[in-house]
Design a protein around this ligand. Sequence first.
Ligand code: FMN
Length: 318
Amino acid sequence: MKIADLKIPGNILLAPMSNVTNLPFRLMCRKYGASLTYSEMISADAVIYENKKTINRGISCEDERPLGIQIFGNSPETMIKAALRIEEIYKPEIIDINFGCPAKTLTKDGCGSALLSSPELIHDIVKELSENLSTPVTAKIRILQDMENTLEIAHLIESAGASAITVHGRTRQQQYSGKANHDYVRKIKQELSIPVIANGDIVDEISAQQTLEYTECDGIMIGRAAMGNPFLFKRISHYLETGELLEYKQCSQRVADIREYFSLLEEHELMHTVHVKAQAQWFTRGMKNGRHVRKNIDVAKNIDEILLSLDRMCKDAN
Ligand SMILES: Cc1cc2nc3c(=O)[nH]c(=O)nc-3n(C[C@H](O)[C@H](O)[C@H](O)COP(=O)(O)O)c2cc1C
């Protein structure tokens, strides 16, 4: 897939997810075949105020190139200032604008999906950034209830200069309930010339292939299904390349992955930034005896105890 002049080595992307897609997690997804990864969303206002904790959300490394950094805000003026600062510090290959987050913490300030009710402002933000950054600008939206309004926003984003658009097939009101509507995504792809990336409810090999085939999008983006399961990218890449399901041992794979994830957190000195138990729980989702292990993780006193109960889970599974 190509975004502006940037060649992306594939078309399976990891979705930006706040408090989930930190650098170690993104590196693991890359190792397993994610072609492009984005930082967690970064507040434009906080960047302007030089909030160190916020700015650090953009930290990356050479192994993660190409890198996308996502920002949110509510005005062209603040967003361009923040984006220029991010360009200066991190030199990302892509700067993505969040027009999709439905969380009240953002929408109460007119950010994220609240902007979907102000098409002109969306246009002005994308135009300001596209014209004044040397980095390609992309946008991530949710659909609106009405197809026509959704198409209008998508066209405005394209005409304002965006180099690609990601569409999550749910409305702001739906939050994460119901099903992603890929009819809207397909229609946007048919009408736009820039690359369109389909997002929402891609959870395994089959849904990945079906979404690519049905929407005819240039790429797919995976969010929740990758939480605690970076290996999903390997399974999906393998299936799309060969048409065959990859055989693997789920339990030992997950435990090996969480060990690697914890050691990457140590290596990048980020252990203090995550909720270790919550992250460990994700790695046990969908596993045999998962509920029992999650209880053990809950009462574990340290990482060694967490790993011990995961090892036991694997022994029981074999
Ligand atoms: C915990 C969590 C955090 C998220 N944070 C962001 C974010 O920072 N920026 C963004 O554009 N979307 C965010 N999203 C939305 C996802 O990127 C994605 O659009 C959504 O989960 C739908 O894809 P999925 O069905 O594959 O999960 C978040 C979703 C979750 C579950």
